[in-house]
Design a protein around this ligand. Structure first.
Ligand SMILES: [Zn+2]
Ligand SMILES: [Zn+2]
Length: 255
């Protein structure tokens, strides 16, 4: 199975991906995930495993540096595969606050090791700390409600962007959390607060869902990704079912 890319936007990046190294709900290693991404047609991905506030696979009682080192192993494994196979693999993190989740882009494991204050940051402090390191924050699937997300809590003022396309909600291949209307609401939220937008699959296994962000040019770094989002550069989104403009307008069906 391979995604049909639009010729003007040939560089597709998965911006929401889990490994079984960092996430208790992950099913595959970073290398296995990247191999599947490669075959599917992605140029690269952010590894965004669950942190201590979410479904992490790493013992929360470990000292900070040791915790971060083990947590980042899924990313390093993915990165090795990426380096050997002409893919761009970037470090990310999915942070959790009583079920409300955010995606952090643009920071490195080394940066986190040097900033232990992040461990106890509130949602409000999170944005400030991430900005101080040059990263950005996107609120993940803000309207998803499940057992592990007891209530919808919105923090547009404490996020640079909103994840307005989550392929877990929309892909016909998704086996959980299927409700595309959550993305419709997320788009309304982003528009109302004039927020930037991100998209990803929230993929937890090698069964690809096809979500992500497609660019006109290849991204040289995570910093370039952050700049593209913040500067409202020209890119399109996939929710696993449709190619969409950032506004949400459908360009065409993917399958
Ligand atoms: Zn998960
Ligand atoms: Zn996730």
């Amino acid at each position: 199975m391979k995604i049909r890319l639009l010729p003007e936007y040939p560089y597709l990046y998965e911006a929401h991906l889990h490994t079984n190294t960092g996430s208790a709900c992950g099913n595959n290693t970073g290398a296995e995930m990247m191999k599947a991404c490669k075959e599917y047609g992605y140029t690269g991905a952010f590894v965004t495993d669950h942190n201590w506030g979410g479904n992490t696979a790493i013992d929360r009682s470990l000292p900070w540096e040791e915790w971060m080192r083990r947590y980042a192993e899924g990313y390093y494994d993915a990165k090795r595969f990426g380096d050997e196979n002409n893919m761009d693999v970037f470090f990310g993190m999915e942070t959790g606050f009583k079920g409300t989740e955010f995606l952090i882009y643009g920071l490195t494991p080394e940066w986190f090791v040097a900033h232990p204050e992040f461990k106890t940051a509130t949602i409000e402090q999170q944005l400030e700390i991430v900005h101080s390191g040059g990263g950005i924050v996107s609120q993940a699937h803000p309207y998803r409600v499940e057992d592990y997300i007891p209530e919808v809590r919105l923090f547009p003022e404490y996020a640079d962007a909103i994840e307005t396309a989550n392929a877990t909600h929309s892909s016909v291949y998704s086996k959980a959390h299927n409700d595309p209307s959550w993305d419709d609401l997320a788009r309304e939220l982003a528009a109302k607060y004039d927020k930037r937008v991100t998209a990803g699959s929230d993929v937890h296994s090698v069964n690809m869902l096809g979500g992500g962000m497609a660019f006109r040019h290849r991204l040289a770094s995570a910093a370039e990704f952050c700049a593209a989002v913040l500067n409202d550069e020209d890119y399109i989104l996939s929710d696993g079912r449709y190619w969409r403009k950032k506004s949400g307008e459908i360009i065409e069906e993917i399958y």
